[in-house]
Each structure stands twice: as structure tokens, then as C-alpha cells.
Design a protein around this ligand. Structure first.
Ligand code: DOR
Ligand code: ZN
Length: 349
């Protein structure tokens, strides 16, 4: 039986939500990941160090006692964010990074940033102290086609920020296009990018396969096959600028299968088996550890995890659970449209 042992992975982009959903989804992450960057787009958003500390405590309480896990907290950037308070929260270690949502770009982003120029003083402070900026890189101009919003963001906004502040540590999150891959590859060393399992697995046809598929709707939206191939190439290349951020984004099925369904894919449960299969298919299983366990830590100047996990290749394809239950409701677990033969040798189930 084929198996590999790798440093325990980190997830550099998760949505844990709060309350019952948080209770159900946190163990799905903490079972296989040692650390995760936690998104602040709650209702209301996490805006200051105090709120981040309290949210971190709630996450820790939802973590099973036998899972060793460190949540890395983020603040939600607005045009009113106070740079002195932000600096203090970072230096005290209460928060790890700042998340920039262009206002209206995605779920719970209404209080996000409308005018990048207004936040430049805050970004300068972040560059001074070494605090990372995490970016949802899509413009929100309704005249820009939804499939072009990431590319236009790079041209109109990201390039401006990178040129003004080359010392700022930036993550262009959940990239979806070949243009993003090229831009990040060629940019200065402080720009990295995270990639999700769903953007590595599916192209935009999956949103409409035999009918409308709300569980494959996420933002940035899935793109053409040529872009998926480019993401695969980046992820499996070993290039340290590219690393895993699952963007696991749980929504109840009633909220996804709706007249106006929410964006987001809940993908944590089988994330590592799916990635192992993708890397195996590309004959790059030896690069999996870079992508899931090393490159992100390098980008954020963190040490590698000490623990390891084992992945095993099965003779028969893995049978997926379809849902996790939340009281009387449920959340659909992401399943790609190809067979998975890998699994995690789980000591913690
Ligand atoms: O699909 C998405 N869902 N993309 C995001 O950027 C946000 C996320 C969510 O919070 O549901
Ligand atoms: Zn996200």
C-alpha cells in the first residue's frame, strides 16, 4: 500500500462562523490542520483586538480536547480602521493579519473598503510592523463581468498597492485565474497566493452540470478549464509563493438551495484526500507537503509544525459522507467530480 508522511498541514484561510455552525465545523479543521487563519466576516464583523480575542476563545472552546490547534485571528478592514489600535493589537499578538474585502464583493462584505486610497495609511503602518494583508481580490463594479473581476482587481487595485508598498506582506487569496498565477509568480517576494481545493478540482461547467448546482457556487466564481490547469500547475510546482487556503465556507443547505443562494463551499472534511489525489494525478505527490505544510509557513515567517500526518492510498475509492448535521439543518460536504483513492490515517477520529 502506498503511503506518505508529511508535516501536519495548515489552512491559511477558513470561515468558522459562530454558534452552532462553529461548534460543528471547527473539529473538521482541527482534526487535520495544526493552524488556520480565521476569517473575520461574521455578522457583525471582527473589527478590533478585543472581539478577536473573544472569538478565538469561542473557537478554542469548540476544539476537541485531543486536537492541538492554533487559530490565527484576523481583523476586518474598514475605511475607519484605526492604525494605532491595529498596530497595538498586532504587537500584543491578539491578531495575526488584516482582511481586505472590497465592499460588496462577497458574503458579509458590506462594511468593506470602497476606496483603496482611504486605507493606504493603515497599510503603511502594517508594512512598518510586518503585519500581513489578506485580500479578496475582486472588483465590485457591476459593469465588470463576474468572470473578469479578479483580473480587473489585479490591474486596477493590487498592482497599485504592490507598487506603493513593496515591503507589505500580501496574500492574494483563493486565486482562480492564470493571470493571477502569472502576476504572483513575477511579483516581489512579499506577494504570495492561496489556492482552494475546489478551484483546483472544478471548472465553471460544474456550476451548471445537468442543471444549476448551488453547492459549486463560490466567490471568486469557478473559471474556465485553462485557468484550473494553471492553478494545478502553480500548486504542484513547489513554488513557495503558492499554498493552501481552503476558503472552507459553510452555509446551511437551505441558504444555498435558495432563490438567492449564498456563495461558499464547505470543503474541509476531505480536503487532504482530494489534494493528495490531485497531486498524485499530476505525478507530484512529492510536492504536496510544500503546498499544504511548508509554503504558507514560509510566507508568514512561521516555523513548520512538529507533528506529522500519514496519507494512505486505498485500493477502493473513498466513500464520502454527504452532509454534516446542524441541529435540524445540514451543510453539504464538498465532493469533486472525480474519484478519490487517498485518505488520512486518522489517529484522532
Ligand atoms: O465563496 C465564498 N464564501 N467566498 C468568499 O469570499 C466568502 C465566503 C463566505 O464567507 O461564505
Ligand atoms: Zn473566504
Amino acid at each position: 500500500m502506498e503511503e506518505i508522511e508529511i508535516i501536519k498541514p495548515d489552512d491559511w484561510h477558513v470561515h468558522f462562523r459562530d454558534n452552532e455552525i462553529m461548534q460543528a465545523v471547527v473539529p473538521e479543521t482541527t482534526r487535520h490542520f495544526a493552524r488556520a487563519i480565521v476569517m473575520p466576516n461574521l455578522i457583525p464583523p471582527i473589527l478590533n483586538g478585543k472581539q478577536a480575542i473573544q472569538y478565538k476563545e469561542r473557537i478554542k472552546n469548540a476544539t476537541p480536547k485531543n486536537h492541538k490547534f492554533e487559530p490565527l485571528m484576523t481583523l476586518y478592514l474598514t475605511e475607519e480602521t484605526n492604525k494605532t489600535a491595529l498596530k497595538q493589537a498586532y504587537i500584543k499578538g491578539d491578531v495575526f493579519a488584516v482582511k481586505l474585502y472590497p465592499a460588496g464583493a462577497t458574503t458579509n462584505s458590506d462594511s468593506g473598503v470602497k476606496d483603496i486610497k482611504k486605507i493606504m495609511p493603515v497599510l503603511e503602518t502594517m508594512a512598518e510592523v510586518g503585519m500581513p494583508l489578506l485580500i479578496h481580490g475582486e472588483v465590485t463594479d457591476k459593469d465588470v463581468d463576474i468572470f473578469d473581476r479578479e483580473k480587473v482587481f489585479i490591474d486596477q487595485k493590487l498592482d497599485f498597492i504592490c507598487n506603493k508598498l513593496p515591503e507589505l506582506k500580501i496574500t492574494l487569496e483563493h486565486i482562480t485565474t492564470s493571470e493571477s498565477v502569472s502576476y504572483v509568480r513575477e511579483a516581489n517576494k512579499n506577494l504570495g497566493a492561496s489556492i482552494t481545493p475546489h478551484h483546483l478540482s472544478l471548472n465553471r461547467n460544474a456550476i451548471f452540470f445537468g442543471g444549476i448546482r448551488p453547492h459549486n457556487y463560490c466567490l471568486p466564481i469557478l473559471k474556465r478549464e485553462v485557468h484550473r490547469k494553471s492553478l494545478i500547475e502553480a500548486a504542484t510546482s513547489g513554488n513557495p509563493k503558492f499554498f493552501l487556503g481552503t476558503d472552507t465556507a459553510p452555509h446551511l443547505t437551505i441558504d444555498k438551495e435558495s432563490d438567492c443562494g449564498c456563495a461558499g463551499v464547505f470543503n474541509t472534511t476531505y480536503c487532504l484526500p482530494i489534494l493528495a489525489q490531485i497531486f498524485d494525478n499530476e505525478k507530484s505527490i512529492n510536492k504536496l507537503e510544500d503546498f499544504v505544510s511548508k509554503n504558507g509557513a514560509r510566507h508568514y515567517n512561521l516555523i513548520f509544525n512538529k507533528e506529522t500526518i500519514k496519507l494512505i492510498k486505498l485500493d477502493n475509492k473513498l466513500i464520502f459522507k454527504n452532509y454534516i448535521g446542524i441541529k435540524k439543518e445540514k451543510i453539504k460536504i464538498f465532493q469533486p467530480n472525480f474519484s478519490i483513492f487517498w485518505t488520512v490515517a486518522d489517529k484522532l477520529l
